[in-house]
Ligand binder design. Structure first.
Ligand SMILES: [Zn+2]
Length: 417
């Protein structure tokens, strides 16, 4: 009898443990059934030179059918205090995202794992259907933006939990989806140094003596994640243009080089972005990416519709009105010179109704360099370049947030309609 009770006790323990684990990490249901894959490609493929292969159909389907992990916890929400008093390394950011997640207004998802085995997080804040996406931390040295957007989320959730009626109304009507750090390995290496790289076989660690990490952009495989997205013009140049001399064809120690990867979508961080874009794009009214070079706003996609560009210009004006950051138009964009494949290229093409072509391994629309007239899903797509330049200096970072009123920028972009 005693033996039986012991067994029973152990079984109850196992069931209990299973229940707890199950409660904390639940797999998300597959989201995307409308896969939009075509087996046709641009009719004028002879006009372009490819320098990077596309992503395979199998990889692409697996990527958009990724099952994100829904993180749950049962802690009581405690207000979080952060005012740029210290750098936050990536594990400190992770703690903050988990703390935010104890508010009922937040859903935390793990949407992938980096090449150096760190989790990639997406936070949903708000219960509304009107959705806006924010993404930052793609480029390793641009550490300010993950701090800005994290500070913004902290204040938002603190206010919500403190029963601030304006914020409660806001979050009942909108959904703010944030991927705060696209490149956690790069972010963490920039803050904590080269020895914080766990896998010593990765390109950046092996070449640590050759690389000037002062302004490093890529991930730890040496890939610029903002050139690795399989947008229509990524990894190719039009024959009438020379390839830009900043583009390189293999991982490079040159800090200014753009390397698009062995093939598009090759990096685990890029796959997370592809999944994340596909999950939300049909419901968004704005997509905001944050970088750090020179207080300007890129708001134009010369190869896409006037409708998209008009919406994007409106979003850019909201930012300009508050910050004075300069709005840059089509003259500042290169298309077909080997420099495409950014996150904004990819989401803008999804919004425009482009489909994935299994022939090119990229999004596709009939013809290279052909303009479409209509935007299928109505949203703006802008890139805000905060700061004069990337910096580690916390005083400069804090001053940018307050002097340029970035909290108001984010709030006004959310409330624009
Ligand atoms: Zn950047």
């Amino acid at each position: 009898m005693k033996k039986f009770l012991n067994y029973l006790f152990i079984i109850i323990l196992i069931i209990g443990a299973f229940y707890i684990i199950n409660n904390n990490f639940k797999k998300e249901e597959k989201i995307n059934k409308d896969i939009n894959i075509i087996n046709t490609a641009e009719s004028n493929q002879d006009d372009v030179v490819y320098f990077a292969k596309g992503i395979s159909k199998k990889d692409y389907i697996n990527t958009i059918n990724y099952e994100a992990t829904i993180v749950k916890n049962n802690y009581k929400y405690n207000p979080i205090v952060y005012n740029f008093g210290n750098h936050l390394n990536y594990s400190e950011l992770e703690k903050i995202y988990n703390k935010l997640n104890s508010s009922d207004i937040v859903n935390l998802n793990i949407i992938g794992t980096t090449v150096d085995k760190r989790f990639l997080y997406s936070l949903e804040i708000g219960k509304g259907n009107k959705t806006i996406m924010f993404e930052s931390g793609t480029h390793a040295s641009e550490i300010a933006n993950p701090l800005f957007i994290t500070k913004f989320m902290i204040d938002l959730v603190n206010d919500y939990e403190a029963d601030n009626q304006d914020i409660i109304n806001l979050l009942n009507n909108y959904k703010i989806v944030v991927l705060p750090v696209v490149n956690p390995d790069g972010y963490n290496t920039y803050i904590n140094g080269i020895n914080s790289i766990k896998n010593k076989n990765l390109f950046i660690y092996k070449n640590r003596n050759l690389i000037d990490f002062d302004y490093y952009k890529g991930n730890l495989n040496g890939v610029d994640l903002n050139r690795n997205m399989p947008s229509q013009n990524s990894g190719l140049h039009f024959k009438r243009y020379d390839l830009l001399n900043t583009v390189v064809l293999k991982p490079s120690v040159n800090k200014m080089a753009y390397y698009a990867g062995e093939f598009l979508g090759s990096e685990s961080e890029t796959k997370a972005l592809i999944y994340w874009h596909n999950k939300y794009y049909k419901n968004i009214y704005a997509y905001i990416t944050l970088h750090s070079s020179g207080r300007v706003i890129y708001s134009s996609k010369p190869n896409l519709s006037a409708e998209l560009n008009n919406l994007s210009n409106k979003c850019a004006q909201i930012v300009n009105n508050i910050t004075g950051y300069q709005v840059l138009g089509a003259d500042y964009e290169e298309v077909g010179e080997g420099n495409d494949g950014t996150t904004t290229d990819f989401i803008a093409e999804l919004l425009s109704g482009y489909k994935f072509s299994e022939i090119t391994g990229r999004l596709s629309y009939g013809k290279y360099d052909e303009k479409m007239n209509e935007l299928k899903y109505k949203a703006c797509v802008i890139n805000i370049e905060t700061l004069e330049s990337y910096t580690q200096d916390l005083k400069i970072i804090k001053d940018e947030y307050y002097n340029y009123n970035l909290e108001k920028v984010f709030l006004n972009l959310i409330k624009q309609d």
